[in-house]
Write a protein that binds this ligand. Structure first.
Ligand SMILES: Cc1ncc(COP(=O)(O)O)c(C=O)c1O
Length: 402
């Protein structure tokens, strides 16, 4: 079977709180963190259940005869949506796994430098450091200011970190902590001018903004479908430029590893492949909510909400709205004691308004990152603002200043 029977949601899908019922979200919480782990719609969860049941009817037949073709078909679906050809795309568990695979198979040598930025995902920086150390290479972190006003400022900071030893640049498309859309095509162009290979970490990009990997022009592009494209957790993708496929292998090597790029990734042992099998139905769900217009809607809501929070609480966004997508990172002026006590501040916000929202320290600032998804409405951010205001009043004795 190509896919278990599907029933897509109707095109007149509800918006805002009326759309919550399409998801499995707890009604007791204000969900403002779509960016971290996504939210699986009921219809996609049901599809995953159907796949699980289907596999268990004859797992031998499924893994031997059905899965290889289905994965390649789905790679074609990824290519149609995000550019490139089916043979360039492989499924991975997540962006972390893809980044590690590229780092492991890049061929780092003694004395090489990998450049990344101060806005990169911390787990990815940790992985880069470990892989670099194994090969005698080192990681150079380009210092991009926490608050940026222009794309050129980002490009310039990255270029400044390049040296004759730089062989690889690992750069985020949408940064996690600061929620900025980096100008990846311009960054890739600058790196290529110096003969530097580029891996774009687009963990947040699929379903968040329009994506054309070939137009970006990197060597590798990884993204998660389990964040903004509504796939079940464990649905990541890696695109590899044709010239890099011969060298690119997963960290875990198995039957297909000697045979080629797609063979190596398509089979790395027995595992739960159902998140990948739901990729197409998740993408169709995204389409049914409007596809590009959904992305634009979320972006507008995030911009309006961010403006409201900035205005009401004296917070400062890390970048202007034109450099952001469906998330915004708002920073709060705070004393060192308050920054050190970020966990208490986060708990206070949670207690005051039941909002699920990341509250963290970035550099010397207290940050709150909001996400905007179809199930959110302005009222959610108003409740967050009230919760933050109450938490600030409670935390006054800890030295948080407005
Ligand atoms: C920029 C970036 N890279 C990598 C990751 C890791 O994603 P995953 O946990 O799905 O591997 C994240 C997660 O939020 C991220 O924001």
């Amino acid at each position: 079977m190509n896919s278990p029977s599907r029933s897509d949601p109707s095109p007149d899908t509800p918006d805002g709180h009326a759309a919550r019922d399409l998801f499995q979200l707890s009604p007791d919480l204000i969900h403002l963190n779509h960016g971290s782990y996504g939210a699986v719609p009921k219809i996609v969860a049901a599809e995953q259940d159907r796949w699980r049941a289907h596999i268990e009817k004859n797992s031998t037949g499924f893994f031997k005869d059905e899965l290889p073709n289905e994965l390649r078909r789905l790679a074609g679906v990824a290519a149609q949506r995000f550019g490139g050809a089916a043979k360039d795309w492989v499924f991975v568990e997540n962006a972390t796994s893809a980044v590690n695979s590229v780092l492991a198979s890049f061929g780092l040598r003694d004395g090489d430098e990998i450049v990344t930025t101060s806005h990169a995902y911390v787990a990815v920086i940790k992985a880069m450091r470990i892989w670099a150390q194994r090969f005698g290479a080192r990681v150079v972190v380009a210092d991009v200011p926490m608050i940026v006003e222009s794309e050129d400022r980002i490009v310039a900071a990255i270029e400044k970190a390049f040296s004759p030893r730089t062989r690889l640049l690992v750069v985020d498309h949408i940064t996690s902590a600061t929620a900025i859309v980096f100008p990846v095509a311009k960054i890739v162009k600058a790196a290529k001018a110096g003969g530097i290979a580029v891996l774009v970490d687009g963990a947040h990009a699929p379903g968040h903004l329009p994506l054309d990997v070939e137009a970006i022009g990197a060597d590798w592009y990884t993204g998660n479908a389990h964040k903004w494209l509504f796939a079940p957790k464990g649905c990541g993708l890696l695109w590899t430029a044709p010239a890099r496929q011969a060298q690119t292998r997963p960290v875990v090597l198995s039957h297909g590893a000697p045979d080629g790029y797609t063979q190596a990734f398509d089979w790395i042992g027995t595992r739960d492949v159902t998140p990948w099998l739901c990729f197409e139905s998740a993408a169709r769900f995204h389409d049914s909510l409007g596809g590009e217009s959904l992305m634009a809607r979320n972006r507008t809501l995030a911009a309006d909400a961010s403006e409201r929070l900035a205005h009401e609480l004296g917070m400062l966004a890390t970048a202007p709205a034109r450099m952001r997508g469906a998330m915004a990172c708002l920073t709060l002026r705070a004393s060192p004691a308050a920054v050190a006590n970020v966990a208490a501040f986060a708990a206070a916000i949670r207690n005051c308004c039941s909002a699920i929202v990341p509250v963290y320290r970035f550099e010397d600032a207290l940050c709150i990152r909001i996400s905007a998804q179809i199930y959110n409405a302005m009222e959610d951010y108003e409740r967050l603002a009230a919760g933050v205001r109450a938490a600030l009043q409670n935390a006054a004795q800890h030295g948080v200043q407005q």
